[in-house]
Write a protein that binds this ligand. Sequence first.
Ligand code: SF4
Length: 398
Amino acid sequence: MPGEKLSLYIHIPFCIKKCNYCDFLSFPTGGRNTPLAESYAHALLREAEALRGGCQVDINLNRNSPYLVDINKPIKSIYFGGGTPNILNSEWIVRVLCKLNEIFTIDETAEISIELNPGVYEEKERHRELKALRAAGINRISTGLQSAHSAELKRLGRIHDLTAFLRLYEEALNCGFENINVDLMTGIPLQTCDTFARTLERVLELRPKHISAYSLIIEEGTPFGEADLKSLDLPEEEEEYEIYLMTRRILEQAGYRRYEISNYALPGYECAHNLVYWDRGDYLGLGLGAASLIGDLRFSNTKELNKYLAAPGRTRENIQRLSQQEAMEEFMFLGLRKTSGVRKADFKRMFGRDLEEVYGEVIEKQVGLSLMEEDRDGVRLTERGIDAANEVMAKFLL
Ligand code: SF4
């Protein structure tokens, strides 16, 4: 819930090469630790240092009287995402983390995650790098396998194969990481129910604490977005739906609880950082393009690399003070992504109004259509509702 704690997101906008489907804010560098990536790490340190006096946001674009956002709260989670955070030598990640430790009060139990691309480390550095990250207090790894099949990975333009993933996974365990997420992707070129079943089987042999299974979205401006759809060899819609149902069935049978539309965890290993987003909690983003939400204030850093490098900490833009109505809508969209849905008590605490008073009619209608269910505690999507999640959520626009 907003107000009590804060989460931090640190964006590393570089990858060895761009994947064919990716429209995230990241630039291909061709290798690790390039001078540009190191300049960027310096800029991150400067941005963090500038937070010592609080987080200044020019709400009225009036640099003479910037608004000071309250960031003086304990940190409950930190997430190094990208891009590819392990494109930077661990030394840089550790330096950023130390800087954050100087500036913020990080909870002893804070979840501190980093995304690692399995194709980045060379054999000789893998152990040293992972050991250094663990020693610095990082306690959760999120790594993208996407598929266990070389042909599928190749079509996605990933830089690793299953072997590289397994080596990273094994070494991460050796270095003391027990909380590991594996990202998988459905609806990708060449995929069938059989190939994805095999991918799931390989991953379940490892029994990671958390598995994400997102379906491929073809984004404009990516190589996939530019290609003729037929040439992509995507699974047919029915097969993709079969894959989706199978994923849920196999993971639930294996003891994973689906706690968000695309996320599964063993009990107690739900991602604390992502839950902050879905609960519409407070988070501050550092780095290029990083987004923040603190109370009713939403803003993000510039997406222009040169601008960011020139003045880190002074490029906050898209500043928006949300009305209560906008905040309520967001709260519903995000909260309904969780299988536990939205708790009535949380809605009341956030907005001082009863959920029924604001959304009673919409909820009644969706319950009547078996798309939602309601009890004394709250409301949530049914399985049918999850299948039509976008349409159901759109009903919560006031
Ligand atoms: S590694 Fe991740 S961020 Fe980088 S290009 Fe591929 S999908 Fe995008």
